[in-house]
Design a protein around this ligand. Structure first.
Ligand code: HAM
Length: 415
């Protein structure tokens, strides 16, 4: 028989890990809702060209990592490698831009990139992202970064920092790209093969290359600050003011460019000291909505990589208290069948095993499952019309009469 294993680069999230995921998911959604974000769910598949036109066909994500296939009608389809392009597509397609000025969306789900699997890099990974449409004001850039910062604080992440930069408006970005092209045209021999090609196809990507030789070559490259137009300079200044007034500790990294084509002006990434990969990243993309066939609406957003966040998050969260029901004998089992249903209807978490006959075996199961209390009903309890509740940690036992037992159990949960 063939032995099945998961596809390379994919991973299961098993029940033991799920409380940590759910704990973080709740903090993320509760936080972004406070800022007015509404959930949006888009399909996992999109036309391949959507990603070519937004992220860029020369980007690694599209040129090397896209999961693409033809459907039965020969259409070019791709599994989404990120959420921004899909949200923009849905925003335009729904026509909702006419409804109001500023829109805030959040999304959560799996993304797919055919990356080389390694620590912090999966082929299916979860992103929690937000996108804000409708304003060019730099304070919105500030607001989303502050929100990310607040999330990092709420999760009590240790030694994190935020890197920020500006890529300028499309004109500044173009000028900077040409400057970088000229700079590296005379330094080709310091670059990896990919970057040599990038001098022609996408010069700014050289600044993002992780190859140590390229990193060295980049360290003296021209920075954008000196060639920014006044509007872009002011935008970045106002953005920094917003961060300062909110005590966000950040560093300007003049070579932070991001690996996706659609960014304009502000870009940022969240890191943990000593970790190579960013936990979250984003920026402004003022031309994308228009570029994909929509109105001229500016936007800003970010996405958090859930696996990377989870690997660094220490979970001491509460484990939901739960009961195990041990019924010994047929009469007790019938009584138990009613009680277990009533308790569950009261929102109390109870488990049992109907096949088990002895108290010893029941207690063993309750222990293994990590139950906080065991409700015990045997022949004697049926006669006395009460049951025993055993505290699994201390071993202490109390009896509760059948009549009004829900109240008794609720009292117990309050202690
Ligand atoms: P990104 O930098 O490509 O940006 O991805 C955002 C985050 O997703 C990364 O910081 C990382 O935590 C996680 N991530 C990316 N690739 C992988 C992988 N192979 N395995 C595990 N985690 C990964 C975007 O996707 C943009 N859409 C963000 C954005 C939203 N910009 C504006 N709005």
């Amino acid at each position: 028989m063939e032995k099945y294993t998961k596809v390379r680069g994919m991973h299961d999230i098993l029940p033991d890990e799920i409380s940590k995921w759910q704990f973080i998911e709740k903090i993320l959604t509760d936080t972004v809702k406070l800022y007015g974000y509404k959930e949006i769910r888009t399909p996992l598949v999109e036309p391949r060209s959507l990603f070519e036109r937004s992220i860029g066909s020369e980007s690694d994500i599209v040129s090397k990592e896209i999961y693409a296939f033809k459907d039965r009608k020969g259409r070019d389809i791709a599994l989404r490698p990120e959420g921004t392009a899909s949200v923009v597509r849905a925003f335009i397609e729904s026509g909702m831009s006419a409804e109001k000025k500023v829109f805030r969306f959040y999304y959560y789900g799996p993304m797919f990139r055919y990356d080389r699997p390694q620590k912090g890099r999966y082929r299916q990974f979860y992103q929690f992202g937000i996108e804000l449409f409708g304003s060019k004001h730099p304070f919105f850039d500030g607001e989303v970064v502050v929100m990310l910062y607040n999330i990092a604080n709420k999760l009590d992440l240790q030694k994190y920092y935020i890197l920020v930069n500006t890529l300028g408006c499309p004109q500044c970005k173009e000028r900077y790209s040409n400057l970088i092209k000229d700079y590296f045209s005379t330094r080709e021999n310091h670059l990896c093969n990919d970057c040599r090609r990038r001098i022609i196809t996408s010069p700014l990507r050289i600044l993002d290359c992780k190859n140590p030789d390229c990193k060295q070559a980049v360290s003296n490259a021209p920075v954008i600050e000196n060639i920014l137009c006044n509007d872009c300079k002011n935008h970045f200044k106002k953005f920094e003011e917003y961060l300062k007034v909110n005590n966000v500790s950040y560093k300007v990294d003049p070579y932070l460019v991001r690996g996706l084509d659609y960014y304009t002006r502000t870009v940022f990434e969240l890191y943990i000291s000593g970790e190579e990969n960013a936990i979250a990243a984003g920026g402004r993309y003022d031309t994308l909505v228009h570029q994909l066939g929509g109105p001229d609406i500016p936007a800003v957003g970010f996405a958090i990589g859930m696996e990377r966040l989870l690997s660094l998050f220490k979970y001491n969260g509460p484990v939901e208290p739960f009961f195990y029901l041990a019924c010994i004998g047929e009469d007790a089992k019938i009584k138990g069948a009613k009680i277990i249903n009533e308790l569950r209807n009261e929102g109390i978490d109870v488990e049992t095993d109907y096949e088990v006959e002895s108290l010893r075996s029941h207690l063993k199961i309750a222990n293994r499952a990590g139950a906080n209390w065991c409700i015990i009903i045997g022949e004697d309890e049926i006669k006395r019309e009460e049951f025993i509740i055993k505290d699994m940690l201390s071993g202490k036992q109390v009896t509760i009469p059948f009549n009004n037992y829900i109240k008794g159990i609720k009292e117990l949960l309050k202690c």
